[in-house]
Design a protein around this ligand. Structure first.
Ligand code: SAM
Length: 335
């Protein structure tokens, strides 16, 4: 394989171009979703290891103004736990060309923050919600915060952060009976529901292929209650989308395991401690924090970022028997 170009965007050896940046702002979270984190939490990154707000803003600027990134999504951990979020969004919104800005959140605290985030330039939010039942929510997340999430969702629409997307992970025998009910509930409120297949990214390494609710199963459950017609033009969207009962409402299914979309992937990821990952499932990272703190100029940082993306693998291979789970869990990489 030849080496990467020293100018231009984030191209890999297979010709894919990354224009969508996921930034993890923190590995901490105020929920303990069973498929993500153990009850006691994890060994959080220490403060000096975390990028500062200024360091994050600088990397976002380089990504947008030099490397062709057009969309920036802030995630974690729980991004709303990071106080600098508002400043980071404001600075990103002032960049030319203006990137699309969104946040993936569990919705706790969004009721309070949504108007401010909108004001400083946030475009959209994705809110994670796995159940309509408060008792189930408490069992699945180990926190009694269902009402806060619903309030956050409503506030996001009110603030103009729409179309609001809802992310749902179904677990066998836990909430897999709610697929159709969740869709009806979201359609009624104008939320765009997307189901995500459970991936082997939990800190506990408890994921089992047989226990995962597949995209196929989700579609079967939905078709028992709705007519689904495929929408064309998926592009680099990981979700396959269907028009529900003739539209205009839609539903998405992200079949990360059974229907991988690696050939269309346009993602590049920055972890909260300043590592570039070219794939959620990569087993290597490239350290931009050391470069930043070692005094590297923008050109050198951009070049390291290009080099990190160049080696992106053709596919994540989650469904391969030889698949190895990455060393870091989803909460540390940024979901
Ligand atoms: N805390 C924020 C939230 O709840 O949206 C952002 C980070 S969270 C890791 C991002 C998304 O990843 C959530 O929708 C969550 O349900 C999902 N997620 C976490 N672990 C997962 C897993 N093992 N498989 C699939 N999705 C997962």
């Amino acid at each position: 394989m030849s080496t990467h170009h020293r100018t231009g965007g984030l191209v890999d050896g297979f010709g894919r171009v990354a224009t969508d940046l996921r930034v993890s702002l923190t590995d901490r979270c105020n929920l303990r979703c069973t498929y993500c984190m153990p009850e006691e939490g994890l060994d959080w990154l220490a403060k000096p290891e975390l990028l500062t707000g200024e360091e994050i803003s600088r990397l976002v600027r380089i990504a947008v103004t030099t490397l062709g990134v057009r969309e920036v999504r802030f995630t974690g951990g729980e991004p709303l736990l990071r106080r600098e979020l508002v400043d980071i969004v404001r600075e990103a919104a002032a960049l030319e060309p203006r990137p699309t800005l969104s946040v993936t959140t569990n919705g706790i605290g969004l009721a309070r923050l949504a108007p401010t985030l909108r004001e400083v330039g946030l475009d959209r939010v994705n809110v994670s919600l796995d159940t309509l039942d408060p008792a189930r929510f408490k069992a699945m997340t180990r926190r009694d915060r269902h009402a806060d999430v619903l309030a956050g969702l409503a506030a996001a629409v009110e603030a103009g952060l729409g179309p609001v997307k809802v992310n749902t992970v179904l677990m066998r025998g836990v909430n897999d009976d709610e697929a159709a009910a969740l869709l009806a509930w979201c359609l009624e409120r104008g939320y765009e529901l997307r189901f995500i297949e459970q991936m082997p990214l939990d800190a506990q390494h408890g994921w089992q292929r047989s226990e995962m609710i597949t995209a196929g199963e989700i579609l079967t459950a939905l078709r028992a209650a709705f007519r689904l017609d495929p929408e064309s033009g998926r592009g680099s969207d990981p979700a396959e989308r269907w028009l529900v009962d003739g539209g205009p409402g839609t539903v998405g299914v992200i079949g990360s395991v059974t229907r991988p979309f690696c050939e269309a992937c346009d993602r590049t990821r920055l972890t909260a401690d300043g590592q570039i990952r070219n794939c959620l499932f990569a087993r290597e990272e490239s350290d931009l924090r050391a470069a930043l703190r070692g005094g590297a100029d923008d050109a050198e940082i951009a070049d390291r970022w290009r080099a990190a993306m160049w080696t992106k693998k053709a596919g994540a291979g989650i469904d391969d028997p030889e698949f190895l789970q990455p060393d870091r869990p989803m909460s540390a990489i940024g979901g």
